[in-house]
Design a protein around this ligand. Sequence first.
Ligand SMILES: [Zn+2]
Length: 472
Amino acid sequence: MSRVLSGFEPNEVFEFFEDICAIPHGSGNTKAISDYCVKFAKERSLTVYQDSLNNVIIKKPASEGYEKAEPVVLQGHLDMVCEKDSNVEFDFFTDSIQLKVDGDFISANGTTLGGDDGVAVAIALAILDDDSINHPPLEVVFTTDEETGMYGAAGLDTSLISAKRFINIDSEDEGVFTVGCAGGARVDIKLPINIEYADMTAYEVTVSGLKGGHSGTEINKGRLNANKILGEFLSGLSDNVLISKISGGSKDNAIPVSARCVVAFSGNIAEKAKNFEKQNRIATDNNLTVSVSKCISNIFCDLESSRKIIKLLCDLPYGVQSFSKDIDGLVETSLNLGIVKSNEKELSASLSVRSSKSLEKAELINKLTAIGESYGANVSVRGDYPAWEYRSNSPLREKMVSVFKEIYGKEPRIEIIHAGLECGLFGEKIKNIDAVSIGPDLFDIHTPRERLSISSLVRTYKYICSVLEALK
Ligand SMILES: [Zn+2]
């Protein structure tokens, strides 16, 4: 195999990264990459654990003079998001990521790169591999299926971890330390509906042209939600609209960019669409389009079910619900109506709820449950994960800040984010955890445009080595 990243220093970091890219490792497909890490450990006679979820823990004793230092965890996730351009032939189960280098950037050929979170694995393996680095006892923790719901971390037996100090390498902004994050949950609302057969003029209504975005980090940008917009448009038509099929959004944690619905309506629906479009275009979403076209359908929800669907879509809250009182501009609680779809039996709506306060999260879930149940819907909650709460007293953060200032000659930015990180799950299972999340510059993660800054990876690796050396 000819190597694309040979020649970059430190050699090991780039070599391990290229190895990782050669092994297919999308979420749910982590056995091979997990085995690769186990083999790495065994070849170096390091203690290694692998569980049935493919999580891996590798331990390395302290280097000379660091025997009395408290142990440290280096942590990242083994799985990656699999996205590709529509014109690219690529099988994420069998194909190796095709790397390219352009200036300071490593990217893939029309697919996600998996720098999120392959860089954590490469950095940790390179540190384990190098006996010249000074460090406390090391516990390297690689989790699986972070991207689809943190299932690896949720199922990990944390009694195997003795360290309280966690360096999580799953952030994408060099010079930013993340020290807290929101918790979250998915809420599913299933509304039973009655179908009837009717011979009526049908139209397909499509809401499109919206910007969308990440339901956590971009929820404060005031962007429109296609599912909500569709509900509002339908509610403005008349009380006698019949709904046939409805669908909008594809992921509960992405703000939906489009939604469509087949309706029966007698009146000038095209004109109503034009007016609605004009009234609802806003600065953050000035390309909102509501288009209408005639279509054929003879199956509709009955009037009662149709009214319930429209009212439910309008009643469900969306977006920022509250801001933090302690940190300026930080969203505390939010939600996103990510997916709406119907079949002949029910309408289902999936929402992603986030909050840095567990009480507010519980209250919002209760509110959604009450709304759903008032329409006779069944409401369930899954994938609940805790917030990672900010620690005002954090010796690890203080040490990392002081090493950062020494090397970079400036202060790092300390942030709490409105998105999920595994530190919350570890914090729930391990008492008094002291964690900081960092990482090299990565751009457009989770998309085929994902790219990793080479110089930033090199600096981040050296910085982490310096932190370990300072944690005596
Ligand atoms: Zn990640």
